[in-house]
Ligand binder design. Structure first.
Ligand SMILES: C=C(O[C@@H]1C=C(C(=O)O)C=C[C@H]1O)C(=O)O
Ligand SMILES: NC(=O)CC[C@H](N)C(=O)O
Length: 750
């Protein structure tokens, strides 16, 4: 039962929901979140004051920017000068803390070396909000720091806590003394008289220790005590509707209802053993011959020497087979246009946001639910397709660079017939959602059983020699390195903690896409390899082909409701001098660990913000995984969906993938659009996968891939990496090159 109410003022950070969870877990409170630019209050102080009266205390959150910039702190900046009658206790975290310090005489300056994702012990006074607290180890995410008017202490001892004059309003409570370059950094302080406290570090980070959480309970008790003794007006209970929700009243949904007649789809299937000689590519080719008026989408888990390249994420290969009558859902970000068609007939055309479209897909899946199917198969049929990076930007209200009409940003096809191969058990399932489809099931079972590897495992040579492939555009080293430096100048200014910089290479190649895919899977076998070639029956010029060798799961959810993110952040190239031990040593360095930690905290936030998700935890933190040409640092973030909930709201809440953006996501994406010259990333940095009629879903991050729009002649290959203040421009250029290399080889332009 909650006994208190806390208002959380969020400066559009990517860790806010972690703070909310920490407050709710540590205290018996309910937490209401508003943004620093809440339209109900930015121009209306009176309304803000009345609104605040409902709460026992306020937490002023972290965020990008500088506390002296009113746009960066918004409503947080108003907390320090509330009229006496409206005063209430506040805890400032990072930006919120800096805002507090700045308001009461401290200076806020740039650190010599920013501290993003670094984990260090701090020294505290053992009193006040640190009462009864032992050794505190915390994560820091900041470029700026507050310097009290007493200056920074010159020696350890009592003067750490001593004000320089009786008038000094900001009293130090904790310091980080571990940083030789920056010198002592103020980690916590309180106001001399007013009920204001703050911390520079992030107690909610997965790497801040349990001892650091004691501060929350101490602050809350002190705040409640202050309220009892000194609050001019006791918190009053308001009717929530008095202020509205802060979100524009929802217009009636512009979307057509996805409701179709075929509620509760029926899955029919046949399961059997696969011959040992079978091969995924051969199955695709046999299916194409057998179902000649159909298309095959391949989501392949590559195998090497008979074993999946990643045992945990690469157990199944999925073959989605769809014909001319299939339902397509398409969306274009720059025109906000949603189009649903089937069999060449337009069913709906309307304007919508990308979040609306994902909700439409959710409704669609609710209307196509199956309760039974082959138990070992994660996909029984369902929507298969992609969401581009730009469509992801739409979900966080960041303006996307514009693309052309022929380049869809979301495209899903409803797959009713499929084959799923289990590479571990050696079984396969032929499945259909079409009634009375037994003949097809039996025919395809035979097709798969006989699709064995031919003696020579090479693609058929073309009848006549093809013109040589060539790179038509690519980043220059000079330009890429300049962009790394540009990213770092934003990081130093406190506008971001990490930026995932990327660049594109365009290749003109005449080889057939399938043949290119065969090279790619041979060169770079990956757990999330894919071949997808979508075309629109309504417009021949509209289509896209993707070949992918992604190692990275973005998001999956099982039919039982287990949600998993598996971000990769931290990369080491394999070469003849690189051993696993050496790679592990590099990947354990503060630079690589910090990159990964920031994304782990960001994804905990994304997942923690979804209403039907509980039990957010991190079962694996920074494990080294080995791939064909790279070592990568991988973490796993999990949660549980409440019974009968869909995983699609998790997808809506977590795009674009944090490992492709940096943190905080919204500000980082806005900066990256400019740094990357408003060039759309397209499918690269987006997600590819399926939503299954049985209730599960699985999406990879589209990286280590190439795609080609039907109205263009070039293939696009994106590659990049996370830039932090610890990056070197040369190192980032190398890393981008290492990620792109296999693709260039596949096209014959390396
Ligand atoms: C940006 C890419 O990869 C992303 C960045 C990584 C990193 O910074 O270490 C690792 C995996 C991906 O999340 C890419 O492959 O192009
Ligand atoms: N995490 C934060 O709140 C960062 C605050 C500020 N933008 C800084 O970089 O110092």
């Amino acid at each position: 039962m909650s006994t208190g109410r806390i208002l959380f003022i969020d400066a559009h950070d990517s860790f806010s929901n972690n703070i909310t969870s920490l407050l709710q877990e540590s205290l018996q409170v309910s937490v209401e979140l508003i943004h620093i630019d809440d339209p109900r209050f930015v121009l209306n102080d009176d309304a803000f004051h009345v609104f605040l009266q409902q709460f026992d205390a306020v937490v002023a959150g972290p965020g990008p920017g500088h506390p002296a910039n009113p746009e960066d702190v918004g409503l947080i900046g108003r907390l320090w000068s509330l009229p006496e009658a409206h005063g209430l206790p506040v805890l400032g975290i990072c930006l919120g803390f800096q805002s507090l310090a700045l308001a009461f005489g401290a200076k806020v300056e740039r650190l010599k070396q920013p501290r993003h994702g670094l984990v260090t012990p701090i020294v505290h006074c053992g009193e006040d909000v640190f009462f009864g607290t032992g050794e505190v180890v915390v994560t820091q995410y900041h470029s700026l720091h507050a310097r009290p008017s007493s200056g920074v202490p010159q020696s350890l001892g009592k003067d750490l806590w001593k004000p320089s004059s009786p008038r000094q309003e900001v009293l130090p409570l904790a310091w980080d003394l571990s940083d030789v370059e920056n010198g002592p950094i103020l980690m916590s302080a309180r106001h001399r008289e007013k009920p204001f406290w703050g911390v520079q570090y992030h107690p909610e980070s997965i790497c801040s220790n349990a001892e650091s959480h004691k501060l929350i309970a101490n602050w809350w008790h002190t705040a409640c005590d202050w309220n009892k003794r000194l609050r001019p007006q006791p918190p009053r209970v308001c009717n929530g509707s008095e202020f509205g929700s802060g979100i524009d009243e929802l217009a009636p949904s512009p979307l057509p209802s996805a409701t179709a007649a075929e509620r509760d789809v029926n899955v029919q299937w046949l399961s059997s053993h696969l011959p040992e000689t079978s091969d995924t590519a051969m199955i695709v080719e046999a299916l194409r011959r057998e179902c000649c008026d159909s298309n095959v989408i391949l989501l392949e888990s590559c195998v090497r020497e008979g074993l999946p390249v990643n045992a945990e994420t690469g157990q199944h290969s999925i073959f989605g087979i769809y014909g001319k009558d299939a339902t397509h859902v398409q969306y274009w970000t720059h025109t906000s246009e949603l189009l649903v068609h089937a069999g060449g007939t337009e069913l709906h055309r309307t304007t919508a946001t990308s979040s609306d479209v994902l909700r439409y897909l959710d409704d669609f899946m609710q209307d196509h639910k199956a309760s039974d199917g082959p138990p070992g198969s994660p996909f029984w049929g369902g929507l298969t397709g992609f969401v581009s990076y730009e469509a992801g930007l739409g979900t966080i209200e960041v303006e996307a660079p514009s693309t052309s009409r022929k380049k869809p940003d979301i495209w899903f096809v409803f797959v009713e017939r499929s084959v799923v191969v289990d590479h571990v058990s050696g079984r396969f399932h032929v499945q259909t959602l079409i009634n009375d489809d037994h003949k097809w099931l039996t025919a395809i079972q035979g097709t798969v059983q006989h699709a064995t590897r031919p003696c020579a495992d090479s693609p058929t040579p073309s009848p006549s020699p093809l013109p040589p492939p060539k790179i038509t555009s690519q980043p220059s080293k000079e330009n890429y390195c300049a962009k790394v430096t540009e990213c770092q100048s934003h990081l130093r200014a406190g506008l971001s903690y990490e930026l995932c910089l990327t660049a594109q290479t365009h290749i003109l190649a005449h080889e057939a896409p399938w043949s290119l895919y065969l090279h790619l899977r041979a060169q770079n076998p990956a757990p999330f390899a894919a071949y997808l070639s979508l075309s629109s029956p309504l417009d021949a010029a509209e289509g896209v082909t993707l070949i992918s060798s992604s190692p990275e799961r973005f998001l999956s959810w099982t039919r039982e409701g287990e949600v998993q993110f598996r971000p990769i952040k931290g990369t080491v190239r394999k070469d003849s001098n690189m051993t696993r031990e050496k790679a592990e040593a590099i990947l354990k360095s503060p630079k690589e660990q910090a990159e990964n930690l920031m994304i782990v905290d960001l994804i905990r936030h994304d997942l923690g913000g979804v209403p039907n998700v509980s039990n957010v935890h991190v079962p694996e933190l920074m494990q080294v995984e080995e791939y064909i040409s790279l070592y990568q640092l991988v973490s796993v973030i999990s949660g549980t969906l409440s019974p009968n909930s869909s995983g699609i709201p998790v997808l809506v809440a977590s795009l674009p993938p944090g490992s492709m953006t940096g943190a905080p996501k919204k500000r980082s994406c806005s900066l990256l659009t400019v740094i990357e010259n408003h060039e759309p990333r397209g499918l690269y940095s987006g997600v590819l996968g399926y939503m299954d009629v049985g209730g599960g879903g699985d999406f990879s991050v589209i990286i280590r891939s190439a795609f080609k729009y039907a109205d263009e002649s070039v293939w696009r290959v994106g590659a990049g990496g996370a830039v932090t203040v610890l990056s070197s421009a040369e190192g980032e250029w190398e890393e981008m090159g290492a990620k792109r290399e296999k693709l260039l080889k596949v096209f014959g332009v390396a």
